[in-house]
Design a binder for this molecule. Structure first.
Ligand code: B4P
Length: 194
């Protein structure tokens, strides 16, 4: 039931702090534009569930609010993209550091547009604590949330600034309810794909 075509742009990066609503907005974009959604957070959680040695290593890092080593993330990402057999992707939660941005652009390709969901820390914290009541996610508790915010400021904010400099960045406020946020997300994406 795709309403718009994503053929013009192969890769869309979705950036934003922990709990800004990346996963939520991606669901809407998949429905309307026909992209394949790839979330590095989901890929990493699947690896943890599989109980491998690498999964245990990943679990510890996620519980500390830090970033999983780049070689692990890019390998999972490349495999998932290959296995999907698709060509147009929403890359959700990646790149989270300048090093990751460079790795993707060297090994895979260049994003056509970079969407940044901008949200205040207090709103993000509220959402994550709310999700934590039912999510059973090891990182949705006050202590780890604080560390995830620190990692975002230190490692991921520079990625936002980098793409601002290339003019590929589209900034959308993610403060309001999901439907309102999506109206602006859709507008920003339409401006680039059509
Ligand atoms: P992620 O899985 O990406 O977790 P997240 O930042 O919390 O985003 P998520 O998509 O889950 O939440 P959303 O904002 O949609 O990463 C988790 C961890 O994995 C990282 O800390 C890191 O350790 C590791 N990791 C991931 N990618 C990595 C990478 N590239 N390199 C290294 N390590 C990596 O939603 C949050 C909640 O808010 C939901 O409950 C949702 O329902 C609600 N919500 C959303 N939008 C809302 C709105 N508009 N109004 C009200 N509620 C809303």
């Amino acid at each position: 039931h795709k309403k718009h075509d994503c053929n013009k742009i192969e890769y869309v990066f979705i950036l934003g702090g922990p709990g800004c609503g990346k996963g939520t907005q991606c669901k809407h974009m998949v429905r309307d534009f026909g992209y394949t959604h790839i979330s590095t957070g989901d890929l990493l959680r699947n690896e943890v569930k599989s109980g491998t040695k690498m999964g245990k290593e990943i679990d510890e890092i996620m519980r500390s609010g830090g970033l999983v080593p780049n070689n692990i993330t890019i390998t999972l990402l490349e495999n998932a993209m290959r296995q999907s057999g698709c060509k147009h992707f929403l890359i959700d939660g990646y790149p989270r550091s300048l090093e990751q941005a460079h790795a993707f652009e060297e090994k895979i390709g260049h994003p056509g547009v970079v969407l940044y969901l901008h949200c205040s820390t207090s709103t993000m914290e509220k959402r994550l604590l709310e999700r934590g009541k039912t999510s059973k996610r090891a990182d949705d508790n006050a202590e780890v949330i604080k560390l995830r915010f620190e990692t975002f400021q230190k490692e991921s904010k520079p990625v936002v600034d980098f793409y601002k400099g290339t003019k590929k960045l589209k900034e959308v406020s993610a403060e309001k309810d999901p439907e309102t946020v999506y109206k602006h997300v859709k507008q920003a994406l339409l401006e680039t794909v059509e």
